[in-house]
Design a protein around this ligand. Structure first.
Ligand SMILES: [Zn+2]
Length: 264
């Protein structure tokens, strides 16, 4: 990652995780940087047993409580793992959400680690760096949203450009889905200040009046491969605001102003 100092991101505060150390050892031993070439080497086949054992004895064991084995029964037979029927069903049905929550959990674990502070700059998109980006998919909406919003930022009404950001009105952190009603075009300043917060009352009312019921808009975005669901978007917004209100969370009002939700 580019930054004031280059280096390897730490995933924990103590010593490096055993699996990473094993992987690094293989890479150094072979002198190959491209990991796709490492896994075709015979040394990889030998080391994979070490990695498997580490996963079994740590991740697999500690993922659930010993007394509540709801994902899989923990057996001494370490050659296979059988998910319970409910776990298999839920993993498949909610995979989209689970993957996103795991990614977010990983990012929010790595970002505040002091050892990473010299490497990560405030504006770095850590999620894209770690997991690749879906932004290309969103970026293709920009020309349409520029036209639909009369070249204006949804929030501050300043002129937007071709490089302006497609923003998730209900933040991605709360609702990780690219649903048509939730996508608005924002200038970079508003996008950065809003970050993963809900907005104040005025923005919410405009979103509910102008974006949510706009079928033509939703159809156009849906035609580019996005899901459209007005009722679901409304329920998600109600849920998000109700919870944020109960939690006394701050909402972004505009510019550098924030206030308690208090109106929901
Ligand atoms: Zn703006």
């Amino acid at each position: 990652m580019r930054g004031t100092t280059s280096g390897v991101l730490s995933q924990n505060k103590g010593k490096q995780a055993e699996i990473i150390t094993t992987l690094q050892g293989i890479q150094e031993q072979l002198g190959i940087n491209d990991f796709s070439k490492v896994i075709s080497h015979t040394l990889w086949q030998k080391k994979i047993n070490t990695i498997t054992r580490t996963i079994w004895e740590n991740h697999i064991f500690y993922l659930q409580e010993d007394s509540n084995q709801f994902l899989y029964p923990y057996t001494k037979n370490k050659s296979k793992l059988t998910l319970t029927a409910e776990a298999a069903y839920c993993l498949r049905k909610f995979s989209e959400y689970i993957i996103q929550y795991v990614k977010q959990g990983c990012v929010s674990h790595i970002k505040p680690n002091k050892q990473n502070q010299l490497i990560i700059r405030p504006k770095d998109d850590l999620e894209s760096f770690l997991f690749g980006s879906n932004r290309a998919k969103l970026t293709k909406l920009t020309p349409y949203l520029i036209e639909q919003q009369n070249c204006r930022c949804f929030y501050c009404k300043k002129l937007v450009t071709k490089t302006s950001d497609v923003d998730h009105f209900i933040p991605w952190k709360k609702y990780p889905r690219d649903i048509t009603q939730n996508l608005v075009l924002s200038c970079a300043a508003c996008n950065r200040r809003k970050s993963d917060m809900l907005t104040g009352k005025l923005h919410l009312e405009r979103w509910m009046q102008e974006i949510l019921p706009n079928e033509e808009r939703s159809t156009c975005i849906a035609n580019q491969g996005f899901i459209s669901d007005e009722a679901c978007s409304r329920r998600v917004a109600e849920w998000a605001y109700r919870h944020a209100d109960m939690a006394r969370s701050l909402a972004w009002v505009g510019r550098k102003d924030y206030s308690f939700i208090g109106f929901f």
